[in-house]
Design a protein around this ligand. Structure first.
Ligand code: ADP
Length: 627
């Protein structure tokens, strides 16, 4: 991926990106943001209480030496420090419970997950969407850039500002207290020009250190694109070992060897002779070292100035500790403010990439009509001259398809692989909108219905359905809470009853072993039955089976389809298959060829037409069902 244009990175742009990002996170997790920021301000300010109290105690020790007053001061310090520690612990607890540390990764990930779920299906399908997401993940996991670093940045901004302000408050008198006349030449320390010079040196050094550190950090941001590919290979290769779906192949073909070779052979950005190692030895290392050296210099200047003034009699010994500590703190606040500004500047590029993804528009029209919940389930769907091209494709996957189906009918959609059957279902479920023509539900274009409401009338079992490694009941109900009786009845209707009675924890049995040792491994055929049960449990008026049985032999498929047909009741069922025998029982069979409906009618009628596509396919497949 390339950097966005040559547009200059202005501070206004940096501010806009960071503000938008914090608002975004705040909208999703207000308590998490508040708990973290409040804790930050608290921990930035409270150390000054200690500094101030110690100064009072040391002052008394060095000056008045009044035992009673000392005892009072010490007691006061202890009580106030205990109170601070108590509140700190409470705030920390609150922060942890709202989401600190690793939990934040999960929260940020949720923002992306939500976007993906809200996205039009057509956008999910696009390669560009996946590319963007993968880049974001890499920036995030590789360098901690993007949204993930945002709260941390704002924490540093706040703690820097408050540390600086607290430090300055306790420091003002360092500059205003004057050296007495008796100090002779030391009186020069009172001269405004000298004070201005000291402040200037302090500011210059305070500024220089973080600027140098940011310069070092820029090498990561500037070269982010260069480690993208390595990161991808790294992620792929590091998890080679425990991905069950490839573990067997990896062993048999020793694919670990090409994995390892590819890791090393590429540009080697992470190798000891690679790009980043080079930077670390060269400019990046130099800037980091210079930054550290400069900050030590600063401490030297402070101590010199404070000690000279104390020596000359401007203030007592107690104040030396206070000033040395508070000036150092004020300076570290300012310094980290400058450094974090640099980091936020560097992060702007990554935030903008993130927004580019989050701003992917949903071009599909969203209607507001609700689908009438009819007791009689009397719905009618009509395809009216529908044609469709997949985005970016020049050929038609569907051509001029017209068809009507009424409630209660059994419809079969048959045809060779690639003839447009699945596309037909995807349009019916409005995963895509037709390129031409329209689809109507009870006479109204389906675009005018609220999408989720419209989807509620369909149950589809796709060819590549997915079950999760959660309890069986949750899989069937697609919900954490479920009606046990109904789950059992759906499973029985789908032919899973016998196996269910053998399961150790009944409907609470986990599928697969990912999340439970007692989980059961199920065969492909059993998985299909569970997927069928899920479609029955949803109890929607339309039920569609898109070759979920493709892994079975034709006879077994026909058997499942016929049995399923007996349990769907008054629902409208649509069966899809490239095997004609499976759909023989349907009232109406639509034959797809090259995206068009070339024939339609009952099996008996279609098979009579010896010139027709149906007859041709029937003949070709006859070997499977001579029984
Ligand atoms: P069937 O379900 O009958 O096997 P499909 O509906 O899956 O057929 O495919 C119809 C045509 O559309 C095929 O030529 C296929 O290559 C093409 N096609 C399917 N999915 C996509 C897609 N996501 N992008 C581009 N073309 C696709």
């Amino acid at each position: 991926m390339r950097r966005k244009g040559k547009k200059e990175l202005t501070w206004k742009r940096v501010y806009k990106a960071n503000q938008r990002a914090i608002k975004l996170i705040y909208t999703h997790y207000p308590k998490m943001v508040l708990s973290r920021l409040i804790y930050t301000v608290w921990t930035a300010l409270t150390p000054y209480v200690g500094i101030y109290c110690s100064a009072l105690i040391i002052g008394e020790l060095a000056g008045g030496k009044d035992a009673g007053k000392l005892a009072e001061l010490v007691l006061f310090t202890l009580i106030i420090e205990a109170a601070i520690a108590f509140v700190s612990a409470l705030l920390l607890k609150w922060q942890n419970s709202e989401g600190g540390g690793m939990y934040q990764y999960f929260q940020i990930q949720q923002i992306f997950t939500k976007k993906l779920l809200d996205m039009d299906f057509v956008k999910i399908d696009e390669e560009k969407t996946h590319e963007m997401l993968s880049s974001i993940e890499q920036y995030q996991n590789g360098g901690g850039w993007g949204l993930i670093s945002l709260i941390r940045c704002y924490e540093v901004v706040l703690s820097s500002v408050f540390t600086f302000l607290g430090g300055i408050t306790l420091t003002v008198s360092l500059f205003t207290s004057t050296v007495p006349e008796s100090a002779g030449a030391y009186q020069m320390l009172n001269h405004p020009l000298f004070i201005a010079l000291i402040i200037f040196v302090m500011l210059a050094v305070t500024w220089l250190s973080p600027v140098l550190a940011t310069k070092a950090g820029e090498y990561w941001a500037k070269n982010a694109d260069k480690h993208n590919q390595e990161n991808r290979i790294f992620r792929f290769y590091s998890f080679f070992g425990h991905r069950p779906e490839i573990a067997a192949d990896v062993r048999i073909y020793r694919q670990d060897l090409i994995g390892a070779k590819n890791m090393v052979l590429k540009t080697g950005v992470f190798e000891s002779k690679g790009l980043f190692a080079g930077y670390a030895r060269g400019p990046m290392g130099f800037y980091n070292a210079a930054s550290a050296a400069v900050s030590v210099l600063f401490t030297g200047v402070i101590y010199l100035f404070v000690c000279l003034k104390a020596w000359a009699g401007a203030f007592g010994i107690g104040s030396v500790t206070q000033y040395a500590a508070s000036v150092t703190k004020a300076a570290s606040g300012l310094s980290s403010l400058i450094e974090i500004a640099g980091t936020m500047r560097n992060n702007t590029f990554f935030l903008e990439k993130t927004f580019e993804f989050l701003d992917i528009p949903n071009p599909m029209y969203q209607g507001s009509l609700t689908v009438e919940k009819r007791r009689d389930r009397d719905y009618e769907v009509e395809f009216r001259s529908v044609s469709f091209q997949y985005p970016g494709s020049t050929s038609y996957a569907l051509k001029n398809v017209s068809m009507k189906f009424r409630i209660g009918e059994r419809l079969a959609v048959v045809g060779r692989n690639g003839s447009g059957k699945t596309t037909f279902i995807k349009l019916l479920c409005r995963l895509y909108d037709p390129t031409e023509g329209e689809i109507l539900l009870n006479g109204i274009n389906i675009r005018k219905y609220n999408y989720l409401d419209y989807l509620s009338i369909f149950s589809v079992v796709f060819q590549d359905f997915k079950l999760f490694s959660f309890p069986l009941g949750q899989n069937v109900a697609a919900s954490c809470s479920y009606d046990k009786e109904q789950v059992i009845s759906s499973l029985q209707k789908a032919g899973f009853g016998e196996r269910l009675s053998e399961l150790p924890d009944g409907t609470e049995t986990y599928l697969y072993k990912d999340f439970s040792e007692n989980g059961v491994d199920i065969s492909g055929g059993e998985a299909q039955k569970i997927a069928l049960a899920r479609s029955l449990y949803k109890d929607s008026p339309f039920i569609i089976l898109d070759e979920p049985t493709a892994a079975l032999d034709p006879v077994a498929e026909a058997d499942i389809y016929t049995r399923f047909n007996e349990v769907v009741g008054d629902k409208t069922a649509i069966y899809i298959s490239h095997r004609l025998s499976s759909c023989q029982f349907c009232d109406e069979i639509a034959v797809f060829d090259n995206g068009e409906i070339v024939q339609q009618g009952s099996h008996e009628k279609l098979v009579e037409d010896e010139e027709g596509k149906y007859y041709e396919l029937w003949r070709a497949q006859a070997q499977y069902y001579t029984e």
